[in-house]
Design a protein around this ligand. Sequence first.
Ligand code: GUN
Ligand code: ZN
Length: 427
Amino acid sequence: MKHLIRGRTLSFHADPATTEHAYRYIEDGAIVVENGKILAIGGYEDLADAALPETDHRPHLILPGFIDTHLHFPQVQVIASWGAQLLDWLNIYTFPEETRFADPRHATRMAGKFLDLLLSHGTTSAVAFCSSHKASATALFTAAEARNMAMIAGKVMMDRNAPAGVLDTPQTSYDDSLALIRDWHGRGRQLYAISPRFAITSTPGQLEAAGALAREFPDCHIQTHLSENKAEIAYTLELYPQARDYLDIYETYGLLSPKTLLGHSIHLEPREIARMAETGSRAVFCPTSNLFLGSGLFDAEGLRDAGVVSGIATDIGGGTSYSMLQTLNEGYKILQLRGQKLHPFAAFHWATRGNALALGLENRIGTLDPGTDADFVILDARATPAMALRMERAETLAEELFVLQIMGDDRAVAQTYVAGKPMLTRG
Ligand code: GUN
Ligand code: ZN
């Protein structure tokens, strides 16, 4: 079944931060969708056909669906927990909450709500940590498959420095991850991420198990956390006294590659930045979380200049919004504090094609290229009275995008499409 979607299309084929002609914008544009994929994109007049059913989203923008490259599904009820920085926040709020995901009924209820929240915020793909319980990952993949969303997820591996209710062992974490990879990796749109939480909560034996999985399944992603907070780094280096630096721990166990997503990557040594570039490991910027937990200011430009590819992400529930628009807003402010700029074209590239590139999935998601999956977000820059008033004085596409970046949230999402299907009833 073919279907035409009409609106103002915007997508990127290069990074606006480094290339002048990086995007394609069609004022009266259209996308023809067939079997969940983009069949064609172009001007409406060129693609219109009396036989094709049409949905008209004018005057809204049609962009590739947002991609969130780092967040925690068992933290949907941890968001907005008061008064702590990373290690206390984990111990006081997060680990106890994650113990509840041992119950498959709880995990299933939360998985549905979590994915529906992503969709209402325009996010069509995400890379998620589950809890240490196998059932939590099963619940998330099952809910993602039911919505046909492309999810990358993994059960977190953690075998020390946390309450018994969230601990696994090197062997059970290996066995459960292996079973989940066999069940879910490459099934429909689902992909598996090997997910050692971070060095503090993994013994050397467990990082060895994670490294073994990484060797056995080189097309799985690997996700963990790196250098988010100064106290975290100090404690990590006490636990691994032989390591040259924090990154060296992950390298020792074979966990660095272009498939590796290193959440936060804030307080890095020059050697670490160089090794991230050499191994192709990705940094992931989590602006709302880094401000909320008082962690520090990500150096986007420094990493880019060193040749490190970065993603951008919400980090729910250290992060405070499911919205990639709000994430770009806070990202803009963090870079302001570093004397760096986040232009709206670079921002919208980052949340779409840029994050797809960070995942190595740019041939499947993150653009509006024919042959790729038909995941879209429909954005309304006049969604609130304050935005509509500001838009009276906006003359260019860049200004409109910046209004969305700074003032937008789920109210600006008029519709979200997953594999060609509209997912929101309010749109
Ligand atoms: N480091 C290890 N685990 C976590 C987590 O759940 N959230 C954040 N923000 N950092 C972490
Ligand atoms: Zn995280």
